[in-house]
Ligand binder design. Structure first.
Ligand code: MLT
Ligand code: MN
Ligand code: ZN
Length: 305
């Protein structure tokens, strides 16, 4: 299985258009050792020819240009995107669907029922797309049963319902229901190796921990270093946990959890907010992660497993 990171930043990207935090300002000025990053999305493939897009970021057109494997150029209108899957209904994970409206047939889309409801009500993007290519929607089961995505026969998928948060426009905001957010366990039928992907993860409950422990690679929520990161900056009144993101530090933070994984597990943070000090590769926080064997995903990162 091949995993390609299309976008490694959280909502807003890096730098964020209206932000002058130390990171965003430093990146623009060229004074920071850091990479620019687009918003949260990965692509998965078992054969290198057909790809599953996990999340459709508002930066998708740039991401497609930066990853030529997704344009095999076999016909006048073509794509290697065989299917899409959404792990939640957040803006940074869904609005890229608008950019795929020229598809020649309905977009094959896997999502849970609560995500489908948010994307046909509060943010009715899936209804609107009926006026363009349309959507061929498939339901993601929430009972931890493995499911198939027909165009990806070499991969087996399991959704792990988890605690994060529904989007601000959702009737479930701050009262999420199962299926508002999932983690995705993907197993290669060929090698048996497993990826656990959860860019929005607020709490590591037993089924999530079991999935993490069973994986060869965890590609996991790296939004904020500190719980009060945005509050301390004066950028928001919300803590990372309020937004459904487990911070890396503090008691019970992500770094502590990752240290408990089996030594063979590759640990990679993704969905990094532009305020997070780990984006600065000269920072003490980046050095601390490196010493702990934790990687920070970047746009274009390729993972073979
Ligand atoms: C989140 O991950 O909490 C959201 O994507 C934030 C946002 O929409 O900006
Ligand atoms: Mn997000
Ligand atoms: Zn910033």
């Amino acid at each position: 299985m091949r995993v390609h990171v299309l976008g490694s930043a959280a909502g807003g990207g890096f730098p964020q258009w209206n932000c002058n935090c130390r990171n965003c300002d430093g990146l623009r000025r060229g004074t920071l050792k850091a990479r620019r990053r687009t918003q949260s999305s990965i692509a998965l493939s078992d054969d290198g020819a057909r790809w599953l897009l996990c999340n459709a970021s508002p930066d998708i057109l740039q991401q497609l240009q930066d990853f030529p494997a997704l344009q095999p150029a076999r016909a006048l209108r073509d794509t290697a995107i065989a299917a899409l899957l959404l792990i939640d209904a957040q803006i940074d994970h869904s609005t890229g669907l608008y950019m795929l409206r020229e598809h020649r047939q309905p977009l094959a889309l896997w999502c849970t029922t609560p995500v489908f409801e948010d994307l046909t009500r509060g943010n009715p993007i899936l209804d609107l797309l009926k006026h363009y290519c349309g959507i061929d929607r498939h339901e993601i089961p929430l009972d931890a049963r493995p499911f198939d995505i027909a165009p990806m026969p070499g991969l087996q998928f399991t959704a792990i319902p988890l605690r994060s948060n529904a989007p601000p426009y959702s009737p479930h905001r701050d009262r999420p229901v199962p299926g508002d957010n999932i983690g995705l366990l993907v197993q290669s039928r060929d090698s048996g190796r497993r990826l656990f992907y959860a860019p929005g993860l607020g709490e590591i409950e037993p089924p999530v921990w079991e999935a993490m422990r069973s994986a060869d690679v965890v590609l996991i929520d790296g939004t904020c270093w500190r719980d009060d990161e945005l509050v301390a900056l004066g950028a928001s009144k919300k803590t990372a946990r309020d937004m459904g993101h487990l911070p890396q530090t503090g008691a019970g933070g992500m770094v502590e959890w990752l240290a408990e994984l089996p030594s063979r597990t590759r640990r990679i943070l993704i969905h990094i907010n532009n305020t997070n000090p780990i984006l600065d590769e000269d920072s003490a926080e980046f050095a601390q992660l490196r010493a702990a064997g934790v990687e920070v995903a970047w746009d274009g990162m390729d993972i073979e497993l």
